[in-house]
Design a protein around this ligand. Structure first.
Ligand SMILES: [Zn+2]
Length: 257
């Protein structure tokens, strides 16, 4: 009987591990070479008195980050930062022993330039072997914006060709990654859960303000009402499930628990 129970426990473990990898290492990749502050003016709805009481008059500490996840021998990138000349992305990946062609999957939270700029290098795909995952809601919204707004996306789509995977929330994603609708900052802004990590994209641009006062948006949020609701929901989801939240504009150490 004891042996049977042990076998059953092992079987259950195998099933749950393959669906949701337990062994995931998340490595924040700070892309910005110089310190980043989000200016006070970005948060026009928040009163001066609040900024003063929080000591944030000079701005809110921030960053531009991508995240590398290592699991089951696969290298996964969440976003690709902005690809500016002083971008640290490739250097940090190299220091982690991950060559550009060793990135297997890239999941995009949304299509702002500071999240997709690093996908291209000298007019070609910076990650020549990676499958690139973009939520269909986000993809369609940007494609509908017209030639100028969607120029970067069109170039990326051409460069990644059949490796560009447009998905819906019903689709199963590789490595047990789960996409979560976090619409508001952009039309199809998407969070991703992998094991106990939640990659939350741009739900907060100023953690020192918005963690405690989620009702205030940065100017970058396209739909303020929806962004506020989503920010509260994602923070609640993290709390209820004991998840670690990784944000693309969180200050060091780039996550909150
Ligand atoms: Zn951003």
């Amino acid at each position: 009987m004891k042996k049977l129970l042990t076998l059953l426990a092992a079987a259950v473990c195998v099933v749950s591990c393959s669906q949701r990898p337990a062994n995931v290492e998340i490595i924040p990749v700070q892309d910005n070479a110089n310190p980043r502050m989000m200016p006070r003016a970005l948060f026009a709805e928040a009163p001066d008195s609040l900024f003063e009481s929080l000591g944030l008059q000079e701005g809110i500490p921030s960053s531009v980050c991508a995240f590398l996840a290592k699991t089951d021998g696969k290298n996964i990138l969440f976003d690709a930062a902005n690809g500016a000349p002083d971008s640290r992305l490739m250097g940090v990946l190299e220091s982690c022993g991950v060559a550009p062609d060793a990135v297997d999957y890239i999941f995009i939270t949304h299509l702002h330039g500071d999240h997709i700029g690093g996908l291209m290098k000298d007019g070609t795909a910076a990650f020549p072997a990676a499958d690139l995952y973009v939520n269909k809601v986000e993809y369609d919204a940007w494609m509908a914006m017209g030639e100028e707004q969607s120029a970067s996306l069109r170039a990326i789509a051409q460069a990644y060709a059949e490796r560009l995977k447009i998905f819906t929330l019903e689709d199963e994603l590789p490595c047990g990654v789960q996409a979560i609708a976090a619409y508001g900052h952009t039309p199809g802004h998407t969070a991703y859960r992998i094991a106990d990590a939640l990659i939350v994209g741009d739900i907060m641009h100023g953690v020192a303000l918005q963690l405690e006062y989620p009702q205030y948006c940065a100017r970058f949020d396209a739909d303020h009402e929806q962004s506020v609701r989503v920010r509260k929901e994602i923070l609640q989801m993290g709390k209820e499930n004991g998840l670690t939240l990784y944000g693309m504009h969180f200050p060091e150490p780039y996550y909150i628990r």
